[in-house]
Design a protein. Structure first.
Ligand code: ATP
Ligand code: MG
Length: 413
């Protein structure tokens, strides 16, 4: 199979935009006699005018051979998908050996370690725009799948038979939506029809991989668009039915507004990090809050904090943990940060508010979430700045948030 090669005049990828460590890795592998190219997401990003977040490299060298070239800089990882990680001061570059893959059988892929040729390697990838090679030594774009044309037409098209490719690995459906949300691409007709037909297959994939893609998207700066598409295409209904039906009926679009605010913060401050508990709470808090407010109307007195915590616990289970397995740590952070919202902004107005800052390090999460709420709701701006000032005061004492390890019990004699 012969690829189409494009010169720099045609593809216009600026070499100086490519990470120098990635170029170093490719050069060293080529010097050692192996074929080696940049592949996948980074080329797509460069063609669409975005700055890549990470760089993947494909090579003819076997993992052990890569290890020989980079020695202590390199560690080999993975079983299902064996890879070399080349470590640099502030990043890791992934190097994978060219693989062949079964692109016709629609069984779920469980093992992906068959070595292959460059052509085979791109054919097992998900979308045409993700199936391009770039050789920096000659600045050639190598296209076996028609990805360059798709990048010009802003089209998202599966490599191979879409129906089969989605069944083989249903996570590709989430990836389809992710690229549409991130780059504003048009999904090719056949790819879209097959995707709609395969939707329910999503529940067959590993929840850990879906959770990973979901979390990456919530932190991507395009989260609100992504979640809207997830809802429109019915994938949200499959994965998070309770959240999906709430979102569909919520005229205020609370979750989307939270996410849009997070998107704009992330797009403004490139090194901002927002914790997973906060990201998940943007989906959970609106449901919980509605539940709490309904109870408040029903009763003469607002529900007490113990009852609110029970409501939060039960929604974490019914909304999120039905399919996903959230870690104990995240669940406890969500419980803490949402229940604290009802202390930071009590349901019953207080004549003398108590602004004592608790010693738990998790309090910062509660405060950050209040900040998010205050950005959407000016009514909370004042209370947010009062809490922030109270927090700034105690934060000056470096010992304040010291965490105490539980004492270990001595051995029984
Ligand atoms: P991101 O910018 O979010 O990292 P990406 O496309 O680079 O997006 P990665 O998970 O880094 O995603 O994967 C790197 C490359 O591996 C992809 O560009 C694609 O070629 C291939 N790939 C990733 N996931 C799959 C999959 N599920 N099926 C087939 N190919 C995949
Ligand atoms: Mg990537």
């Amino acid at each position: 199979m012969q690829p189409k090669n494009y010169t720099v005049d045609q593809h216009k990828i600026p070499l100086q935009k490519i990470d120098s460590d990635a170029l170093f890795v490719i050069r060293e592998l080529q010097k050692a006699g192996y074929t080696s190219y940049l592949v996948g997401g980074s080329i797509r990003d460069l063609l669409l005018g975005h700055t890549p977040k990470d760089y993947d490299i494909s090579t003819s060298a076997l993992p052990e051979e890569v290890k020989k070239v980079f020695r202590s800089r390199c560690i080999l990882i993975g079983r299902r998908f064996r890879l070399a990680h080349i470590r640099f001061r502030n990043k890791i570059i992934e190097v994978a050996t060219f693989r062949s893959g079964n692109i016709e059988g629609d069984d779920l892929i469980v093992n992906d370690n068959e070595w292959g040729t460059p052509a085979e390697d791109v054919l097992r990838r998900d979308f045409k725009i993700n199936g391009l090679f770039f050789d920096p030594s000659t600045e050639t774009l190598i296209d076996y799948v028609g990805g360059f044309e798709d990048s010009l037409n802003k089209t998202l098209q599966a490599i191979g038979e879409p129906y089969v490719r989605f069944k083989q690995d249903p996570v590709r459906m989430i990836r389809l939506i992710k690229f549409q949300a991130r780059f504003d691409l048009t999904i090719d007709e056949k790819t879209k029809l097959d995707f709609l037909e395969c939707r329910s297959e999503i529940l067959k994939s590993s929840q850990a991989r879906i959770l990973e893609e979901l979390m990456r998207m919530l932190h991507s700066g395009s989260a609100s668009k992504f979640m809207k598409l997830m809802s429109e295409y019915g994938l949200l209904e499959q994965l998070l039915p309770e959240i999906s039906s709430f979102i569909e009926n919520d005229k205020d679009e609370t979750s989307f507004r939270f996410l849009a605010e997070i998107d704009s913060m992330l797009n403004k401050y490139s090194d901002l990090k927002i914790g997973r508990a906060i990201l998940i709470s943007t989906l959970l808090f609106p449901i919980i809050h509605k539940n709490v407010m309904d109870l408040t109307v029903e009763r003469t007195k607002p529900p007490h904090i113990g009852l609110i915590q029970n409501i939060i616990r039960s929604h974490i289970e019914s909304s999120f943990s039905a399919f996903f397995q959230l870690s104990r740590k995240i669940k406890s952070e969500i419980l803490y940060l949402i229940s604290w919202q009802y202390r930071l902004t009590p349901l019953k107005s207080e004549t003398k508010p108590n602004r004592k800052i608790p010693t738990s390090i998790q309090f910062v999460l509660a405060l950050k979430f209040l900040n998010l709420r205050s950005r959407l709701n000016p009514e909370y701006q004042d209370v947010w700045s009062k809490w922030r000032d109270a927090y700034e005061e105690v934060k000056i004492d470096p010992g304040y948030f010291k965490t105490y390890k539980p004492r270990r019990r001595g051995k029984r004699r």
